[in-house]
Design a protein around this ligand. Structure first.
Ligand SMILES: [Zn+2]
Length: 54
């Protein structure tokens, strides 16, 4: 598994289908290809660059 944003392999599994990138501090799901930014309060905000990350 590698980060869809920075292509780093420094990702950790945080859920059944959810991963965290230690390099650019985002979370992503492997199956749906969704990418989330983590707010200061710990909530997740979906990112969308308009072309899909996978
Ligand atoms: Zn990354």
């Amino acid at each position: 598994m590698q980060c869809p944003i920075c292509k780093s392999k420094q990702v950790g599994k945080v859920g059944a289908d959810q991963y965290y990138c230690w390099s650019c501090f985002i979370e992503f799901t492997a199956r749906s290809g969704e990418v989330f930014e983590i707010e200061e309060d710990g909530s997740l905000v979906a990112l969308d660059n308009g072309k899909g990350y996978f």
